[in-house]
Design a protein around this ligand. Structure first.
Ligand code: FAD
Ligand code: MLT
Ligand code: ZN
Length: 481
């Protein structure tokens, strides 16, 4: 249980415990099928994707409409009952599961795609829509979602907004900061905040929708979103490259920006430990021989001739300068998909047989991979640490650093934290690039919040104003007072 493993967190005494009378009231609001209390069914909602934290909730609520969410929140607010909003439960920082007995508010049944504006290129959808389902729907209109994650088959738009998800194509389409055009949210007191007009430009007062971006369920329940969607490319190419030195990864990134320019849609890196994991644990066939590093460089374009010419020029330059040892290029969907599977399933492979310590760092490019060597040296004598690896969105300066162990081990935890956060701060980085703070990093926010102490007090002031009783996802994001 989370509470046993992390004894520094204690249950907030002012929050009520759920009683039969509350369950009966929720059943009246949502109908019996909207309330889950059976032990076996609760387990999946109490445990996170990585199986590193586990809560003790006794109730899961599954509203179908914004009015139902509003009624639930009004009732929780009156009864001082804590709520943990849950989308696809693919989050990697322990934010989506309760710490103690918070009610889980699952958004899965609010999964209607409301409308698409094919001219403006926007989609309106409910928060529980699964990312992949929205993308498939958008294809009919020649559009796509502006972000893509390995978790696309399970993660939900409301979860993506709440974590400000980054993903594989941020280098081209930008972050949700720009692409989120509207939000509907239910506040702690049950009020419905509707900012769903979806105008690309709207300066009428504060940009309230942005409050919910990356709020990780601590400021309100996101029930709907409007997302700006780019045009679906009609020509896509994907190069997989093998390199023997990280400095060459960086020169290749620069070359890709210079030559592929406006067509570059993704630039990712993984090291040999990651490739070995997907090959050995998932049985995926490595696309190239053995190298220290592998890059995936993708283009999205509208003219196959132009796209092909640019990709050829890029590959010729790489061959001429000798930075790349080997490579393969695909433009058939099945081949590209096979290459993407290798990249997208790294975390599944690394976490398959034990416990995975994950760090999601923004770093200056010249420091990007150094921490992997630093941690390998630091953990050399620690038997329980099996591998240290690095992969991620090198185009965005976002490294995913992973330490693999057979099981949770306190010594490894203490060797990693706060050492990795100190190192990151000292080197001008951020301790959360895209996964958020959740439960796992909340206690470190005081020292490492990227924008300093005044930002933390402003965050607390916003939290108190919107959620005076602290019922929304307690113990997450903000450090204990
Ligand atoms: P959940 O995990 O259910 O919740 C995440 C947080 O948001 C929690 O704090 C929860 O309380 C809150 N929340 C969820 N829904 C709502 C709502 N409707 N209203 C208010 N709060 C809500 N992340 C990236 O950024 N980039 C990646 O490339 C990436 N790749 C991934 C690959 C894999 C294989 C996996 C397992 C995860 C990956 N992630 C990635 C992390 C994760 O998928 C994202 O954080 C995603 O946005 C979470 O969406 P979700 O619906 O699963 O949210
Ligand atoms: C990814 O880029 O694959 C994700 O952010 C998931 C991870 O870091 O494990
Ligand atoms: Zn990532």
């Amino acid at each position: 249980l989370t509470a046993d493993r992390y004894p520094w967190v204690t249950r907030a005494p002012h929050l009520s415990r759920i009683e039969d009378k509350h369950v009966a009231a929720f059943e009246r609001l949502l109908g019996p099928s909207g309330v889950i209390t059976e032990e076996e069914q609760l387990d999946g909602y109490n445990t996170d994707w990585l199986k590193m934290v586990r809560g003790q909730s006794k109730v899961v609520l599954r509203p179908k409409t914004v009015e139902e969410v509003s009624a639930v929140m009004r009732s929780c607010s009156e009864g001082k009952l804590a709520v943990c909003p849950q989308g696809g439960n693919t989050g990697l920082v322990g934010g989506s599961v309760p710490v103690f007995d918070e009610i889980v508010l699952s958004m899965s049944l609010m999964n209607n795609i409301i409308k698409v504006d094919p001219v403006g290129g926007n989609v309106w959808c409910e928060a529980g829509c699964v990312l992949e389902a929205v993308n498939t729907h958008l294809e009919k209109f020649g559009l796509m979602m502006p972000y893509d994650l390995g978790a696309k088959g399970s993660c939900q738009v409301g979860g993506n907004v709440s974590t400000c998800a980054g993903g594989l194509r941020l280098v081209r389409y930008g972050s949700l900061n720009a692409n989120l055009l509207g939000v509907q949210a239910v506040l702690a007191n049950g009020d419905i905040l509707d900012c769903m007009s979806g105008h690309r430009k709207d300066n009428t007062g504060y940009h309230l929708r942005q409050l919910f971006l990356g709020a990780e369920g601590t400021l309100g329940i996101v029930t709907g979103a409007v997302i700006s969607c780019p045009t679906l490319p009609t020509s896509v190419s994907l190069a997989c490259l093998g390199l023997d030195d990280f400095s060459k990864v960086l020169t290749t990134l620069r070359t890709s920006k210079r030559i592929l320019c406006e067509t570059l849609s993704s630039c990712e890196v993984m090291d040999d430990t990651c490739m070995d994991a997907v090959a050995n644990k998932l049985g995926l066939k490595p696309p190239l021989g053995s190298h220290k590093f592998y890059m995936l460089v993708e283009t999205h374009a509208s003219n196959p001739q132009h796209d092909g010419d640019k990709m050829d020029a890029f590959l010729q330059e790489l061959l001429a300068c000798g930075d790349v040892e080997d490579g393969t290029v695909a433009s058939e969907p099945s081949k590209m998909n096979a290459l993407w599977q290798i990249r997208e399933r790294i975390t599944e492979a690394l976490s398959r047989d034990g416990y995975l310590y994950k760090y999601d760092l923004s770093l200056p490019h010249e420091k990007f991979y150094e921490i992997v060597h630093v941690m390998r040296n630091r953990l050399r004598g620690v038997k329980a640490a099996k591998t240290v690896s690095g992969f991620g969105h090198v185009g965005d300066g976002n490294l995913h650093l992973n330490v693999e162990a057979d099981a949770f081990d306190q010594e490894i935890l203490e060797m990693c934290e706060p050492f990795i956060f100190d190192w990151t701060q000292k080197n001008g980085g951020s301790i959360s690039a895209e996964h958020g703070i959740g439960f796992k990093k909340a206690k470190f926010m005081g020292k490492y919040a990227a924008t300093g102490k005044a930002s933390l007090s402003t965050m607390r002031a916003i939290k108190t104003a919107l959620d005076p009783n602290g019922i929304l996802n307690p113990y997450k994001v903000l450090p204990p007072a």
